[in-house]
Design a protein around this ligand. Sequence first.
Ligand code: NAD
Length: 471
Amino acid sequence: MNAVPTRLLIGGQWRPATDGAEFPVRNPADGSLLASVADATADDGVAALDAAVAAAAEWAATAPRTRGELLRAAFDALQQRREEFATVMTAEMGKPYAEALGEVTYGGEFLRWFAEEAPRVAGRYGPNPEGTGLMMVSHRPVGPSYLITPWNFPLAMATRKIAPALAAGCTVVIKPAEQTPLTTLLFAQLLTEVGVPPGVVNVVPTSAPVLISERLITDPRLRKLSFTGSTAVGRSLLAQAAGGVLRTSMELGGNAPFLVFDDADLDAAVAGALQAKFRNIGQACTAANRFLVHEPIAGEFTQRLTAAVKELTAETIGPLIDQRAVDGVGKLVDDAVTRGARLEIGGRAVEGPGSFYEPTVLSGVAPGSRLLREEIFGPVVAIVPFTDEDEAVRLANDTEYGLVAYAYTRDLARAHRLIDRLETGMFGLNAGVVSNAAAPFGGVKQSGLGREGGIEGIHEYLTTTYALLCR
Ligand code: NAD
């Protein structure tokens, strides 16, 4: 942990906060202090934007191939330091070490993918319909970008934004979540070591995200805001961005339905359910939140899943991010039980140090229960039976969110109908995880605006221009 930088990175310099303040970063598994990190003020945020603005023209003019090669070098360096990054992530965020290694793989793929996309940004050139001239359509970097990331995937949420921004030719200021700044700082150090020029990536951890964000979002030199976090915060940032008509990308909350039909391979469905629910201790925007199960198999599915969950322990799946999260999950479970849900297993916080909650299964969850409307963000399975496909679709769409849906069925015609009818940006058929750097990640409804990853991801950091060339 001693090797991890703990200062702000501004214009290539590691600096303390202007007022010298620091904030603690703790290990959620035992509450121990990992590091004290420089606590950026709003003025530090502006200094970081100054640096990003100063570096913008040269970085935009850097050959796309060169920008791509730097990202590829970052990918290679990250592979060589997999264990170090996984260790830091497990320490500050709490996910099991094997999952942290998985995040190094997933997060790294954005570097490799956008290294390859950087030189592929193309335009169009052709005659106008009137035949009087030529139309030229091209893309240019949108400009200095402010990136705000959450704590649940400390590396991948950073690379999913930094890699396309740099590939597109944008400089950035990144503000990691206050719970998990260390992974981002370590990654920024790696970028400087592979040769990303000073000012291209600036990092401002802070315990006061509101002040710094307000200053940057209302600064006319900022050209783009990319946020990943809760829908409530996203809404307030959108309102601030409206003042300057700032371009935004919003990766917000989810309430994923996990549909199991009576023709499904139940072993596969149980395995997929464990992945979709317990990965990241249930703290993922893509986590299955509502298990909608066809009535004829609801009893058997519940019994098999409960048996599988019995094999898990709070210690092996990992701690929640903090005690507030444990209390929040507890309240959702209590509310469901009060409304008639049956507690199959779990249902309690674990006594002692660290913020652990038992792996939990609730069946027969009643309509109106809070955990059907809100993100659970914890290791709690909520099972609701349905009678037919129409009811399944109605229940699945009965939410303000629309990030991802999962379905287990052997009927391909049904799968195609579900893809058409489910109001989500992503869909997994017989799959418990869909995220992939080569695919556009993002939601509809109040799950957000824009896409990260895929060939779409780089366009979040490009603006389209058109020129008419007359003879
Ligand atoms: P959060 O909204 O509380 O915080 C996210 C980030 O915003 C953090 O960096 C935080 O410091 C900052 N922030 C908080 N309040 C702010 C404010 N008023 N102004 C400016 N910045 C502010 O979310 P969280 O608890 O860190 O993360 C969990 C949420 O993120 C969940 O809702 C989850 O679904 C969502 N999420 C979405 C995706 C996605 O891709 N759609 C991915 C991961 C997480």
